[in-house]
Design a protein around this ligand. Structure first.
Ligand SMILES: Nc1ncnc2c1ncn2[C@@H]1O[C@H](COP(=O)(O)OP(=O)(O)OP(=O)(O)O)[C@@H](O)[C@H]1O
Ligand SMILES: [Mg+2]
Length: 400
């Protein structure tokens, strides 16, 4: 088979895995196999330099759990862009540990014992896809999370409220006191100058994005780990900086790298967009699986919404844009101004988030999700429905 050259690295002391993978790759053209029959710590430092040279890296996790995470972290940090990292773990590895590994950037965790059922076919599927240069979906499993952008037609229309509360609901918390989240969710506040997500979600503002802009560095997993804060509701937040910086300081490549990285570690990446049409929102529009445009139905807002839709579509014609009418209850019978709005927008409103001063004020003042103030309030229910529909049409990663 012709195609792109691909390199696979295996670090495992397990004789059986070693010979199975070496054997299955030996017959493949354009495929280079490198193996170390040892543990990561056994190969003593060379694991990291080898990782940086390979498209696919399989490594055996250490039994000692602190060491396991440390090793995984150093391997993920050393990866080439787009390299796929697979951890081979004992069959009884607790789910929590598997999640932690994925959070660090490991793409998949496979049971060491399922050599012929899982490991070999998975490596083979990656190799075939990579050589054909197909997108990063392999073995029928989606390995990347979904990017959902939230935009607004005017200031103060309620888009950050929608973004923050949708993010909370996307976690799909289950169990006693709804403490356990089924999905990993991140929110990135790209309203660089006027961001309000930190306050809404009760995390500290952070200067990380400001430093990134000033250093002109490309953010990696280590940067994100340090820059993101976990909100009390469980969502990981990349807050806007607390000091002012010029909008033009951020570069499209930096935003692209943030999204690439977060899609690997989270099921949903919610982006609160600024209203400004800056160059670096292009990667968001290119990577977004959906964009919610929040507007009210007043004429000036609807006109801006129309212009934004045209701009977004000129950047990405395939972008799925859905309209959210904020501060309005869904009318039983559309009034003349509703009909005029729909006509101008050439699109119906998909969701209506009613004005709900009391619940929203308490949620904003306390820095807790609407759900924690009242799960029956109209605004809570409206945003929950939006999140439930999002999850149904854009499912989370498989095996996350
Ligand atoms: N459904 C609602 N009912 C009542 N008040 C709301 C509602 N949605 C938002 N608000 C209030 O309106 C104000 C603006 O909301 P929010 O910050 O979410 O809007 P935004 O579109 O993100 O604004 P900005 O332009 O500042 O980014 C806040 O004070 C918020 O509490
Ligand atoms: Mg906002």
């Amino acid at each position: 088979m012709s195609g792109k050259q691909i390199s696979v690295l295996l670090i495992s002391p397990d004789e059986e895995i070693y010979s199975a993978i070496e054997g299955s790759l030996a017959e493949q053209e354009n495929c280079q196999f490198t193996g170390r029959k040892d543990t990561v710590s056994g190969v003593n430092g060379s694991a990291i330099s080898l990782t940086a040279l390979n498209d696919v890296v399989l490594f055996d996790v250490e039994e000692d759990s602190d060491k396991m995470l440390e090793t995984a972290q150093s391997i993920c940090d050393a990866r080439m862009p787009n390299a796929i990292i697979i951890a081979l773990a004992p069959e009884d590895l607790p789910l929590e540990k598997a999640r932690q590994l994925k959070k660090l950037g490991v793409d998949d965790v496979l049971p060491r014992t399922a050599i012929n059922e899982e490991i070999v076919p998975q490596v083979d599927a990656i190799r075939t896809r990579r050589q054909a240069q197909l997108p990063a979906v392999w073995g029928g499993h989606a390995t990347l999370g979904k990017v959902i952008a939230v935009a607004k037609s005017r200031g103060g229309v309620g888009s950050s409220l929608v973004a923050a509360n949708m993010a909370n609901e996307l976690q799909q918390k289950e169990g006693f006191f709804k403490k356990k989240a089924a999905n990993e969710v991140a929110v990135v506040d790209l309203d660089f100058q006027f961001g309000s997500i930190a306050a809404l979600m009760d995390v500290e503002e952070s200067d990380a994005m400001w430093r990134m802009a000033m250093d002109e560095s490309i953010p990696d997993t280590a940067f994100l780990d340090q820059a993101m804060a976990k909100a009390p509701c469980g969502v990981d937040v990349l807050a806007a900086p607390s000091r002012y910086g010029p909008l033009s300081a951020i570069k499209a490549e930096q935003i692209d790298a943030i999204l690439d990285s977060l899609r690997r570690s989270h099921d949903y990446v919610v982006i609160d967009l600024p209203r400004a049409l800056v160059e670096w929102i292009t990667p968001v529009l290119a990577q977004a699986d959906r964009l919610y445009l929040v507007t009210d139905v007043a004429v000036p807002s609807v006109r801006s919404a129309r212009k934004l839709i045209d701009f977004y579509h000129s950047e990405n014609p395939a972008l799925d844009i859905q309209l959210v009418a904020s501060l309005e209850k869904k009318p039983l019978f559309p009034a003349a101004h509703h009909r005029a709005a729909t006509k101008l927008l050439e699109k119906d409103f998909s969701y209506w988030v009613p004005k709900d001063e009391r619940t929203v004020r308490e949620s904003v003042d306390r820095g807790v999700p609407l759900q924690d103030v009242s799960n029956r309030a109209p605004a809570t229910r409206a945003i929950k429905k939006l999140a439930d529909d999002t999850r149904a049409s854009l499912p989370p990663r498989v095996n996350s």
